[in-house]
Every structure is written in C-alpha cells, then in structure tokens.
Design a protein around this ligand. Structure first.
Ligand code: SF4
Length: 361
C-alpha cells in the first residue's frame, strides 16, 4: 500500500509538470495550468487512443481535426468519410460510435459534451474508462480512470499479484485509482498516471531509477517491478483462411462493400470469400461469386493478426468476362488509382499494394 498519498500526488504532479509530452489534444506546454483541454479534442483523442499507441494516433488526430474541427462539423459527416479518415487505424466501430455520439449530442444536447460520467456512459462506445478520461481531463470532474498504463502502474505500486482481468482485481484497481485522486488538478493527475505508465513505468524494463514515485513503489522494493502485473494467459487464436480475388477486366478491378454489420462493416474490399480445402478453380470461383472468371493465378499470401483471431488471405488474380447484367449495388469496377476514394481495411490495402507492385514489374 502507498505510504503517503499526499506526497505521492505531489511528486507525480511535479514530475508531470516538467516532463509531459506536448500532444495535440492537450493544452500547450507553455501554459499548462491556463485551461482544461477542449472537450471535443479529448473525445476524439480518447476514441482513437483505445487499443492504439500515441505515436500512431497523432497524424490521424491531426487529419481528423483538419476535416472536422468541431463537434457540429463531425455530426454532419457521412459514415464513409469517417471510415476513410480512420483507414489503417483499425477497430472501426470506434469511428462509427464517435459519429453516432456527435449526432446524438447535436440533436439532443445542443452540441454540448456532458461533463458527468453518468451521462457520458450513455453515449455509443463510451465506457467507464473513456467517460472518466473525458470528465476529468476536459471538465476537472473527480473521476478515476483505469487504462492499461494505469493498471500497470497501480499493480506495481501496490504489488498486486492477481490478474487485472479478474473482475474483483479490476474493481480493487478502480477503487485505488479513486482513492489516489486529489481534490484539484484531477485532469493533470490522471494524465500524469497515464504518462508515467507510457514513458517510465513501461511494460518491459521500467525505468525505476527515473521514477518520481519510486519511494512509494512496493514492487520495486520487492525486486519485482518488471514482473507486475502477471502476463495474461496466452490464448490460442484460431486462423481463418480467406481467398481474396483480384478480379481484373481491362484496367479495372472489382471491389465490393462489406455488410453494414460485423468486422470492417461498410468498408470496401476485393472480393473475399472463405477458403475451401480443395484448390480453387475458375469454375468453382465463378459459381461462388456469380461472375465468369478465367486465368486464375496465385499472387501471394498475407496474414493479419487481431486480438482474438488471425486471418490468412490467399490472394488470387483472375480475369473476368463482364456479364451484361448490371453489377449489384455493393460492387464496383475501379482503377487502382480510384481505390483511394473508398475506405479499405488494412489487409485489403496490402492486397492493393501487392497488385500494384506486380503491375509495375
Ligand atoms: Fe513503475 Fe518502477 Fe516507478 Fe514502481 S518504481 S512505479 S515499477 S517505474
């Protein structure tokens, strides 16, 4: 347990004051006490930062703000535009939820982002952590936060040996995050805890010699700093095999829009179907996708790993004889240059790169 909470807060805040990174969603370093950050910037950045590192998020955040500088601008956006800006960042439900939140707030709350955790958690995609981050960072509400960084820092400070995924351990960590909160500078305190986890109390090789709260740390005292929290049990992730068809007719390629629900919902892809155990033939593929195909060639394979599963895409090039029937609403013929008009998930962008590098040879 921490010895002296007041000293702990003071040491952490003093360190944060001089060591914090200037990030585009924070108030500028030169005058950090002047104001709380813009709540819209906090909302967008917190959506982007879920499961994603700061360095990856920064360019996406800047492009997003340039396109949608206010909540009202965002509320007027089309889903395809948002998905396009989000392309490559992954976890696309975050983008759809952010758009849904903006629309609700403009239609029902006169464009105001609520300050309380209770109201924030009613909005799409906003859970307890994100609500706490928005309430504390943007509105100075005394709300705790618990993201991966904070879990690691608290587990080490208090030498909590239990798996933080366990609901009781998780609740204990929430309580600890709340107990530690000061009465003032709550936003800075929460940011400081996250910043400490991101830059000093890192998952591997924590920099304990540089740590502003080392004298409060039970894991350091026990010589167990880099063993806390215990690593999660390794899960076996099933491999899902897909055939992705790079179907060409003249200089255009066939793409289709994915269904409105599920993974990569409403984004676009080269025709992708479940792989079969037997090798693909022109006849079987033609039948499955409803288009006459010929000259099947194997272009290569791609692997795409997600948290709970892995995808393996076998990319097959083929030619199509376009039937006289019009294409279904969800399919288009496009040149490779025209692909940039459509939001594509990362593995499909890699398929496009594979095709264009083969064409250039
Ligand atoms: Fe983390 Fe080391 Fe600081 Fe403890 S002393 S909080 S393990 S960096």
């Amino acid at each position: 347990m921490l010895g002296n909470t007041i000293d702990f807060r003071r040491s952490l805040l003093r360190w944060y004051h001089t060591n914090r990174r200037d990030l585009p969603w924070r108030v500028a370093q030169k005058n950090p006490n002047s104001a709380t950050p813009d709540s819209y910037k906090v909302l967008v950045s917190e959506a982007m930062l879920q499961q994603t590192q700061v360095a990856t998020v920064i360019p996406y955040f800047n492009r997003f703000m340039a396109s949608y500088p206010t909540l009202r601008d965002l509320a007027r956006a089309k889903e395809q535009e948002i998905l396009h800006l989000w392309q490559g960042l992954g976890y696309y439900s975050r983008a759809r939820n952010l758009l849904g939140t903006a629309k609700i707030l403009v239609e029902e709350k006169n464009g105001k982002i609520p300050a309380s955790v209770e109201e924030l958690v009613q909005l799409p995609g906003i859970g307890r952590y994100t609500a706490g981050a928005i309430a504390s960072l943007a509105f100075e509400q005394r709300a705790p936060i618990l993201d991966g960084n904070v879990i690691r820092v608290l587990s080490r400070l208090d030498l909590i040996r239990d798996d933080p995924k366990n609901p009781q351990t998780r609740e204990k960590l929430w309580q600890r995050a709340e107990e530690l909160l000061p009465q003032k500078r709550v936003g800075d305190f929460n940011s400081a805890l996250m910043e400490l986890g991101a830059t000093i109390c890192t998952p591997r090789a924590p920099k304990c010699l540089l740590c502003p709260v080392q004298k409060h740390c039970a894991a350091l005292a026990a010589g167990l700093a880099d063993q806390m929290p215990p690593p999660p049990a390794r899960k076996i992730r099933p491999i899902e095999r897909r055939w992705t068809l790079a179907i060409k007719n003249q200089n255009r390629w066939l793409i289709e829009q994915r269904p409105a629900r599920g993974r990569w919902a409403s984004m676009w892809q080269f025709i992708t179907i479940e792989a079969e155990d037997k090798p693909p033939t022109a006849e079987s593929l033609s039948q499955r996708i409803g288009l006459k195909l010929c000259d099947i060639q194997h272009l290569g394979a791609l692997q795409h790993d997600l948290t709970h599963r892995r995808y393996q895409f076998e990319v097959l090039a083929c030619r199509a004889t376009v039937s006289k029937k019009p294409l279904p609403e969800n399919r288009r013929w496009v040149g490779l240059d025209g692909l940039s008009d459509f939001p594509l998930p990362r593995p499909q962008l890699e398929v496009a790169q594979m095709i264009s590098s083969i064409i250039r040879r």
